[in-house]
Structures are given as structure tokens and as C-alpha cells.
Design a protein around this ligand. Structure first.
Ligand SMILES: [Zn+2]
Length: 253
């Protein structure tokens, strides 16, 4: 079996990989209400499907995302929508999430990103409403986010300004989460599961630091300590940026 055939065998055809991503993304949507991050039909998860996993991420990749305006109980794998990285529907019977353009912009401009999540989770959105970054005052923040959670610009839906704001802010930070001012958080990860985890952890630290604020001024963690914690955690748990599917397979071989 040639290397290409081995790769195809291990990574599946594009059809198989889209089918698997539909299952994964549908299942991950259940985590949003489970962790109290969404109300009604708000919130969405997407995942990149590499067109050519052996070559790595590219402009011909696809994304699988939630359909627009569908309740969480109805989010089956079949209900998910497949789009290209310009946000055009490639496969699916429903309209994609109204946030698809922002997700697609992130995938086009951040090759290391394999998953994107957007919510209006209460505490994170409260920080976004003030346009205030969440200071790094907890070791769990240093571990997960490597510093404060940054604020992105105020931008409204309809063009690429939300996507641009996300990419510009996250490119200048180690944080996988950004608080879009007056709107809410977007999180990224090497896959959709990692982005969901970041959304869950973000809401937790937003809640804790909010409560700490009520009784006084939380104490900042020194930058050197943040660096030590971040590098230790990322190495212990293997959550380095950009472990795309193809890379993982090669590393595991
Ligand atoms: Zn939103």
C-alpha cells in the first residue's frame, strides 16, 4: 500500500470525513445547553474538514456548522450544514447559522484553527458588554488561556468585520477566546471539541472573576508565573496549537 493509499485508508474519503464531522458537531452542540452557555437557538459550533489532510489546511477545506434557528433538541447529524470557506452551502437542507461568515473568515485566515464556537454565555457576555478584558488572576486562566481574555472590536453582522475582529485579536494573543465588544465570546481550538472546552472554561473564569470583583480587587498573577503555568499545562496535556488531523496521525505513527 502506497503512502497515499495508507493516508486515504486512515483518514477516510472527504465524504466519510464530512459524515464524521456531522456526527461530532451535532454531539458537541449538546454541550452548550448542558453547560448553561446558551438560551433558545443562540450559539453555534463548527469544525473544519480538511480537503486534503495530508497537505494540511487549505482554502478548499469545508466546514460543518449548525443550521440557523433550529432548537437544540433537533440538532441531528443530518441537520448540520456543510459550507465552503466562503460560507456557501455545499451540502445540507437548511440555511446555515447566521454566524457562518465569521466562522468561515476565521478558518480562511487562521490555518491552525480546526474548530470555532460562538455563544452569548452570561458572564463572558457581561464582560463583553463593558468592553473589559478578563484579567489573568487564576491559575486555571494561565493554564488554559495563557493570559487575560482579550476584547475584540464592536462589529455587527453583515460583512467580514466580525471575522476580522476575531482574527486580529486572537492573532495578537495566546488566548483561544475573544470577547467581541457588546456581543459575546468566540472561541477557537484545534478541533470543535477544543473550541467547546474553551467556551466552557471561559464562562467559568468569567463567572469566578466577576464574583471576586464584588468583594475587592482580584490579584494579578505575575507574567513569569503565567508563562510557567501555560507552558506546563499545554505540554502536559498536549494541547499545542495546530495539531491538525493529518499531523496527529503522522506523530502517532
Ligand atoms: Zn452572537
Amino acid at each position: 500500500m502506497s503512502a497515499a493509499e495508507t493516508g486515504r485508508y486512515r483518514l477516510g474519503s472527504i465524504t466519510e470525513r464530512v459524515a464524521l464531522a456531522r456526527v461530532q458537531v451535532a454531539a458537541l452542540h449538546a454541550e452548550l445547553p448542558r453547560w448553561g452557555l446558551v438560551v433558545w437557538t443562540a450559539g453555534n459550533v463548527s469544525q473544519r474538514v480538511a480537503a486534503n489532510p495530508e497537505a494540511g489546511p487549505g482554502q478548499h477545506d469545508l466546514l460543518v456548522i449548525k443550521p440557523s434557528g433550529v432548537t437544540y433538541d433537533e440538532l441531528t447529524p443530518e441537520a448540520m450544514v456543510v459550507c465552503d470557506l466562503d460560507g456557501n452551502v455545499v451540502d445540507g437542507e437548511r440555511a446555515p447559522s447566521s454566524d457562518t461568515a465569521a466562522h468561515a473568515y476565521v478558518y480562511r485566515h487562521m490555518p491552525r484553527v480546526g474548530g470555532v464556537v460562538h455563544t452569548h454565555s452570561t458572564f463572558a457576555t457581561a464582560w463583553a458588554a463593558r468592553g473589559e478584558e478578563i484579567p489573568c488572576v487564576l491559575t486555571m486562566m494561565a493554564d488554559e488561556f495563557g493570559g487575560p481574555i482579550p476584547v475584540g472590536p464592536f462589529a455587527i453582522i453583515g460583512d467580514d468585520s466580525i471575522g476580522e475582529g476575531i482574527v486580529q485579536t486572537l492573532s495578537a494573543s495566546r488566548s483561544p477566546a475573544v470577547l467581541m465588544q457588546g456581543h459575546g465570546p468566540f472561541t477557537i481550538g484545534s478541533d470543535a471539541r477544543a473550541a467547546v472546552k474553551a467556551a466552557v472554561m471561559l464562562e467559568e473564569v468569567a463567572r469566578v472573576v466577576h464574583h471576586a470583583r464584588q468583594l475587592g480587587e482580584p490579584l494579578a498573577i505575575a507574567p513569569q508565573a503565567i508563562d510557567v503555568l501555560y507552558h506546563r499545562y499545554q505540554n502536559v496535556y498536549g494541547q499545542r496549537p495546530a495539531p491538525m488531523a493529518a499531523t496527529r496521525v503522522e506523530e502517532g505513527a
